[in-house]
Design a protein around this ligand. Structure first.
Ligand SMILES: C[S@@+](CC[C@H](N)C(=O)[O-])C[C@H]1O[C@@H](n2cnc3c(N)ncnc32)[C@H](O)[C@@H]1O
Length: 148
């Protein structure tokens, strides 16, 4: 069971790490709980996912792809399953920041090799800074981020 504090903790981390980012794409955001927390912190957030049952937040009911027009300063993925690497590629393509909290890998790797792979990938995509951070919670808590 994933830690229920993840939404608030990740939102707080994002607000501190990316204070300039007003518009946020929340990829694979499920019901929109991260959206709710980020909105509380003054961000304009769009959640991309396909849940019918969800919170009353700004929501694009579709799968996010690299072709999504970019009207964001930051793209984030919290336990975003098959869309984690996509967040990094999207940020690189559009010259914006990203932060992801990986859970399951997309290529059969186990957790540690997977987040190291994501960190390496980010390092190869020309971000001004890339780093990692651990949220103070149980379970998959490691953040990989990149800024412009
Ligand atoms: C483990 S859930 C996490 C949901 C939420 N972020 C959370 O932490 O509770 C993974 C979600 O990824 C979504 N997903 C996977 N690929 C996606 C994509 N390309 N675009 C949007 N959502 C995607 C699934 O529909 C699912 O809701």
């Amino acid at each position: 069971m994933a830690d229920k504090r993840r939404f608030e903790l990740f939102a707080r981390f994002l607000a501190e790490k990316f204070p300039e980012a007003r518009r946020v794409y929340d990829v694979a955001g499920g019901m929109g709980r991260l959206n709710e927390e980020l909105t509380r912190l003054g961000r304009e957030v769009t959640t991309f996912d396909v849940r019918h049952k969800r919170l009353p937040v700004r929501y694009a009911e579709r799968y996010f792809t690299l072709d999504e027009p970019c009207e964001a300063d930051l793209v984030v993925g919290l336990h975003s399953d098959g869309a984690t690497q996509l967040c990094i590629e999207y940020a690189a393509k559009h010259g914006i920041g990203f932060a992801v909290v990986p859970c399951c890998s997309e290529n059969g790797m186990s957790y540690n090799p997977w987040w190291k792979h994501l960190l390496k990938l980010a390092g190869e995509r020309g971000f001004a800074a890339v780093g990692e951070h651990v949220l103070p919670m149980d379970g998959r808590a490691r953040v990989v981020w990149g800024s412009r």
